[in-house]
Design a protein. Structure first.
Length: 584
């Protein structure tokens, strides 16, 4: 990097505190003399020592990375794995820091070396650095030879000394500009005169890159467009922090937010100025990465008022995927929040199903979309669609799941249902029941169990899918009326009082069984939602589809008991279906 570019971009600000940088410069400039014993070979030795330190840090980082790779997939939620991942991040910070120091010092050493070369070997024993300005009269006390070389040194060192002045001036200007500071805003709307992040500032990740710094998307503490409520789940201890992308609620422009925990959750908009860079209250930095690393390493509060100190970066988990690693190949359906695609997760060359979230959705809708991924990532069962990850570095946000080749159970039943034996249909019900029993054991209420929300995999194995309405509670009460509620699949008490439990899912399971044995017919055929609801309240229950084993219909009726307490739990349902299947 050219020296002028380095100066103008405040290149060194990332790795060292301003005082440390000035100390480096002052070691060459601000002291009152320069001894002839400190020659070119000494400078070369200094540079070599710095490079050896950097080499050692690189080796430590590489070793830690290799140790991290030794953990298998099943160990990646263990404390030991997470500690090792934290160690890797720490070593990478140290490596970046050392690379920056070497680069800064190399520039300074180069300038000093050039001055020494011009002056030659016949140096005076002592040279006053101030001779190039207010003490030139003192040169009369030196020999003519010394005066000649001193003059060369004095002129050459002006260039180096100007570095110190440049940084001192820069430091003073940032102190004078404290009227434009970042502050903690509950609503994440900046009140700074700098205004929101400009389009040019947020157009691409390349603008956040400098030597020794990663693009913002590559920083492991950058969590993309995950909303505030989601990242707050990750911030638990004082000093925890991460960076995310958000939208200014007044202007809808992109802004970047530092979210941290310090005696509660705090969110700081990172201010941007076209002529200065990114900042909180202190001096600006060319990139967000440099700013965050400075705050983390220095231990300085983000703002004086909040006193928030950054201690522990919250790194992206394995389930937080890179958008660039997902290839969308073919649209296979539509969801409540966007389109569904067949795609490929490139790092593993794995065929996947990808749910996308329209970027025009409200914050509330986006939270509901991400809720499905948050719930799914906790579960591991052969009859639950497997969660792979969420890609949220930028829009569109994507939930990535296993691709189940058979598609929706409803479509399978309408196409192939009549060709299935009673035993096969009963086994499909058993599969769905096993998945629901697992969810019930986890206190998860699905709330939208139906054939359309189940998938058919290899060997006709049924998997529960579509957790968009799910809740991780023993009991859940809706607050938005009957909006988007599937009336014909929903238990009477949920329709009447808005109160959901796993026993409401049991009612829905009875409807699912009816769909399975009717080859995918719509429940309560020929009736509107209101008509069906009135008849159910009056005690009506659908008759068994043609060919349904009587024992299976008896189980449906148990699921449709008006009193939830009289309905079986899923563990009992699975046990009964296994018994029925053995007799068919």
């Amino acid at each position: 990097m050219p020296l002028e570019t380095w100066k103008n971009s405040q290149f060194c600000g990332f790795w060292t505190l301003e005082g440390q940088l000035l100390q480096i410069i002052n070691s060459f400039v601000e002291c009152s003399y320069y001894t002839k014993n400190y020659r070119k070979e000494d400078l070369t030795e200094t540079e070599s020592q710095m490079e050896n330190v950097m080499k050692e840090k690189q080796e430590n980082y590489n070793l830690a990375q290799e140790q991290l790779k030794q953990f298998g997939p099943t160990k990646q939620q263990d404390r030991e794995y997470l500690d090792q991942k934290q160690e890797v991040a720490k070593l990478r910070y140290e490596l970046n820091d050392e690379q920056g120091k070497v680069c800064v010092k190399q520039h300074l050493l180069k300038e000093v070396t050039e001055v020494l070369d011009k002056a030659g070997d016949d140096l005076p024993d002592v040279l006053d650095f101030s001779m190039d300005s207010d003490r030139q009269d003192d040169t009369s006390t030196m020999s003519s030879s010394s005066n000649h070389h001193s003059s060369a040194l004095g002129g050459g060192l002006k260039k180096i000394k100007s570095l110190g002045g440049a940084f001192t001036k820069r430091s003073k200007s940032t102190v004078d500009e404290k009227s434009n500071v970042s502050s903690y805003e509950d609503n994440e709307i900046s009140q700074s005169s700098n205004g929101p992040v400009s389009d040019s500032a947020s157009a691409s990740s390349s603008q956040f890159q400098s030597n020794g710094s990663l693009p913002l998307e590559e920083e492991e503490w950058f969590h993309g467009v995950l909303p505030r409520e989601e990242v707050q789940r990750l911030l638990c201890n004082d000093g925890d922090f991460l960076v995310r992308e958000s939208k200014n609620r007044k202007t809808n422009e992109t802004q970047y937010v530092l979210s941290a925990f310090w005696q509660g959750h705090r969110h700081f908009i990172i201010q941007y100025s076209d002529h200065e860079g990114w900042r909180f209250e202190g001096r600006p930095f060319p990139t967000i990465g440099e700013l965050v690393r400075h705050q983390h390493k220095s231990g300085e509060p983000v703002t004086t008022k909040s006193k928030t100190i950054l201690k522990s970066p919250i790194l992206r988990e394995q389930w937080q995927l890179r958008n660039d690693d997902i290839s969308l190949e073919m649209k296979i359906g539509n969801g409540n929040f966007g389109e569904v695609y067949k795609g490929v997760y490139k790092p593993k060359n794995l065929v996947v199903a990808v749910k996308t979230c329209r970027d025009t959705l409200s914050d509330d809708q986006r939270k509901k979309f991400l809720q499905e991924g948050r719930i799914l990532k906790q579960y591991d069962h052969e009859n639950i669609v497997r969660f792979i990850g969420i890609a949220a570095q930028r829009q569109p946000v994507m939930i990535v799941m296993e691709y189940v080749a058979g598609g929706a159970l409803l479509g399978f039943l309408r196409k192939n249902g009549k060709a299935q034996t009673k035993k096969q249909l009963t086994k499909m019900c058993e599969d769905a029941g096993s998945g629901m029993a697992y969810l019930e054991s986890k206190n998860c209420i699905h709330r939208d169990l139906a054939a359309r929300n189940c998938l058919v995999g290899d060997q006709s194995v049924v998997k529960i899918s579509d957790f968009g309405m799910s809740r991780e509670e023993e009991e859940y009460t809706v607050s938005d009326g009957l909006k988007q509620i599937p009336i014909k699949w929903t238990a009477p008490e949920a329709l009447m009082y808005g109160k959901y439990t796993s026993l409401c899912d049991v009612w829905s399971f009875g409807i699912l069984m009816w769909e399975v044995f009717s080859s995918g017919q719509t429940p309560y055929p020929g009736q509107t939602n209101n008509q069906a609801r009135e008849k159910i309240d009056a005690g009506y229950r659908m008759p068994a589809p043609e060919g349904t084993p009587p024992t299976c219909y008896d189980l449906m009726l148990k699921c449709w008991e008006k009193n939830p307490a009289d309905r079986p739990h899923f563990a009992g349902i699975v046990k009964e279906l296994k018994s029925i299947g053995k007799k068919l």
